[in-house]
Design a protein. Structure first.
Length: 651
């Protein structure tokens, strides 16, 4: 048969033009596409040979072979799969027979008009155009193929210029050989992307096609000294060259094996190699699910949290595979963000080999997988909390903040994570300094206690030193110590546990339900009436700093404290927002004074000289600054504060 010339289908011409002009930035995935096509071709032959062994022609060793040739500027990918006949070549290589082609081209056109490079490496094959990715790196492509069971072979050739040639040729074995005549910049040692370099090709196979079920092979030249009859190298002999064929891919994915057949050290070795970790994993989840959606998941909780886990440069996400072929490195849409520390992979035949990130967000299968995996992880953590408290507390030390952020951020985004996570969070108890759950706290509340009390501070020692703690400590009421800025945001989202509301000891009224507290509160109401002028004058002088000055029901030995209004944000919330460069959220500060402290008696005395007396103003400033320091907040003018304290001490 003489060489025939054909025009590409109109839409194929447009696609080839875009490919040749390199609107893609991630050229390397052409190799993944061609290897996956070769694997599919072998799959088809293997399936058909089950009922017709003659198709194999005696060749049962399936493989995909790579042959780079730097001198000829070519890369050859060959397989011994099903091959193609003339009609199939015209149909598969001359026409894009997918219904989504028009949408694909429109997407590319929009990108080109916006003068942008396509960085989504998964878009290329989204509409079944993976073969044409070869033209991103090749000036021309030659395909030699013979269909199994037929005698005629054909050579297809195109420079991606709108037409292709087709002619009969000789090919002794069934299968397909694709020769890429690489363009400038894609071959040679000086090229930025050198696809004739064997080490680079081996690395790409490992990255994208390591778990293809058929061996991907390549020949390497090895230099070594000849060996004697005992197999030992001859010392003085010159090195000789020999060619050896290496298999580049592992073929047997660990996650496809039965869990009972996998040793713990194999899991650990895989985790460290696959995810560049140096520690053993803290927890391993190996799940295989069949039904409405089919997938295998192998997930890990690393032994230690990365230093940048909560920074914007940390990239969470799970690796995705489709039938053991790598399709995405960091899929953020599979697990909720509060599980961002989980590493691992999911392999599912229900995922398209080239699914785009946009389609992933709408994928029903992916959402179902994600919900199942989330439940499995939380179920395991709950079991660990109940059965192995030490191990759970180790997990909590590394990743507890993520769960607390999940509670708060879920409220902000409209996803209610409270019920999922509230029984997994831990806080330090004021009683014994040990970590406790909300369930444990609620179970040992004092009779008649209506609220769950908590305090915020940099650590337990700082919280123990708060003057607001004295009364609760005397009444033997347990307080949850919250030492992370996100803690209070989390309990605000939870709102209540077991019917008991959360209450900050530095916010609003303590609202204790006992006779002694009620009696003390009544006495303070009377004292407030008698000192109304003093309190109003202090409030006037501190206008802009506090919204109220009042006598305290919570202080015993401390002179002053600063609390916030129950209706607004707390002082610790204000500080958290300020640290995040968002100073707009302000607490409504209230200065509380202990009416039984000697300082109050002195304050009454200096007030008698008048509200404009310098000494009275000094006392107001000092008491307010003292209250700030007790909360861990620097006074507005620390130098003046220090000088005034020294001056008063010298009197």
């Amino acid at each position: 048969m003489a060489k025939e010339m054909f025009e590409f289908q109109a839409e194929t011409k447009q696609l080839l033009d875009l490919m040749v002009h390199s609107i893609y930035t991630n050229h390397e995935i052409f190799l993944r596409e061609l290897i996956s096509n070769a694997s599919d071709a072998i799959d088809k032959l293997h399936y058909q040979s089950l009922t017709n062994r003659e198709l194999l022609e005696g060749d049962t060793n399936f493989e995909i072979h790579l042959t780079p040739d730097e001198a000829a500027h070519t890369l050859t990918i060959s397989d011994n799969g099903i091959g193609m006949n003339r009609d199939e070549i015209i149909q598969d290589l001359g026409t894009i027979a997918k219904s989504g082609t028009k949408a694909f081209l429109e997407k590319l056109k929009e990108t080109k008009e916006a003068d942008e490079k396509v960085t989504d490496k998964d878009m290329i094959g989204q509409f079944g155009v993976g073969f044409y990715s070869a033209f991103m790196v090749a000036d021309s492509v030659t395909v030699v193929t013979r269909k199994a069971g037929e005698t005629k072979a054909y050579q297809w050739e195109s420079a991606g210029d709108g037409q292709y040639s087709l002619e009969e040729c000789e090919k002794p074995k069934h299968g397909t050989t694709i020769v890429l005549h690489l363009g400038t910049g894609f071959y040679g040692s000086d090229a930025e992307e050198n696809y004739t370099d064997k080490n680079s090709l081996e690395s790409l196979v490992k990255k994208y096609s390591d778990y293809i079920r058929y061996p991907i092979t390549m020949e390497f030249t090895v230099k070594e000294k000849p060996k004697d009859k005992d197999g030992k190298p001859i010392e003085d002999a010159k090195e000789e060259e020999r060619v050896e064929t290496r298999t580049l891919n592992s073929m047997q994915p660990l996650w496809t094996r039965t869990k009972s057949d996998i040793k713990p050290e194999e899991y650990k070795e895989f985790f460290q190699h696959q995810f560049f970790e140096w520690e053993d994993p803290m927890e391993i989840f190996h799940t295989r699910v069949e039904g409405n959606v089919e997938y295998t998941a192998l997930l890990f909780i690393p032994g230690s949290a990365p230093f940048n886990l909560y920074y914007s440069d940390y990239e969470p996400g799970i690796q995705l595979y489709s039938r053991h072929v790598f399709i995405m490195d960091k899929c953020k849409d599979l697990l909720p963000d509060y599980l961002r520390f989980v590493k691992g992979l999911v392999d599912s035949p229900d995922l398209s080999l080239n699914i785009s990130r946009e389609l992933l967000q709408q994928s029903r299968e992916l959402k179902l997988m994600g919900r199942n995996l989330e439940k499995n992880i939380l179920k395991t953590l709950t079991r660990k909390l109940d059965k192995d408290r030490d191990a759970y507390e180790k997990f909590w030390a590394e990743y507890g903040k993520s769960l607390k952020i999940g509670i708060y951020s879920g409220m902000m985004s409209g996803e209610n994570n409270v019920e999922k996570l509230k029984d997994l969070i831990l806080f330090t108890s004021s009683k014994d300094g040990k970590l406790c759950t909300l369930k444990e706290y609620a179970g040992r509340m004092k009779e008649g206690q209506k609220k769950i009390y908590y305090a915020t501070g940099k650590d337990k020692a700082a919280i123990d030193g708060l003057p607001q703690m004295e009364l609760l400590r005397d009444k033997d009421i347990e307080v949850l110590c919250m030492t992370d800025p996100v803690d209070e945001f989390a309990v605000e989202a939870i709102r209540e546990y077991d019917g008991k509301q959360f209450h900050s000891i530095s916010r609003g009224d303590l609202d204790l339900d006992d006779d002694a507290f009620k009696e003390e509160k009544k006495k303070n109401e009377d004292l407030t009436k008698n000192n109304e002028g003093l309190l109003n004058d202090m409030k006037e002088f501190l206008d802009g700093k506090v919204v109220d000055v009042r006598l305290s029901n919570r202080l015993k030995t401390g002179a002053v404290c600063l609390v916030s209004d129950a209706a607004g944000p707390s002082l610790s919330m204000e500080q958290a927002f300020a640290a995040a460069n968002n100073p707009m959220l302000k607490a409504r500060r209230i200065l509380e004074i202990n009416p039984h402290h000697a300082l109050f008696e002195r304050l009454q005395h200096v007030h008698e000289t008048g509200k404009d007396a310098p000494e009275f103003k000094d006392y107001c400033k000092l008491m307010y600054d003292q209250a700030l320091l007790l909360e861990g907040i620097m006074p507005d003018d620390p130098v003046t504060f220090a000088n005034k304290v020294a001056e008063m001490m010298a009197k």
